[in-house]
Design a protein around this ligand. Structure first.
Ligand SMILES: [Zn+2]
Length: 90
């Protein structure tokens, strides 16, 4: 492939959009990009884990108010990333 994309701009884009990603509030194409990148990139993965933990704490503290379908969507997207991560590490 001659069209090489440097990692740094991608990482910046991913980290900029991390909260949108966690909230499932980005366009599907962008979401797929970010999802693929996180599954493949150590630094972004660490950052993602950190933000995810923060988000889980926040979600827990206001769990009574969070609409269940939204929570399930977020949990599903997190799980699917974790599956990718396990595949990548094998
Ligand atoms: Zn990255």
């Amino acid at each position: 492939m001659s069209d090489e994309t440097p990692l740094e701009p991608d990482c910046a884009k991913v980290l900029d959009n991390l909260y949108l990603f966690l909230d499932n509030e980005m366009e599907e194409a962008t979401w797929d990009d970010v999802h693929a990148h996180i599954a493949d990139c150590g630094p972004c993965l660490s950052e993602f884990d950190l933000e995810r933990m923060v988000k889980e704490l926040v979600a827990r503290s206001c769990a009574e108010r969070a609409p269940e379908p939204l929570r399930q969507r977020v949990m599903y997207s997190i799980r699917s990333v974790q599956v990718e991560i396990h595949k990548t590490r094998e």
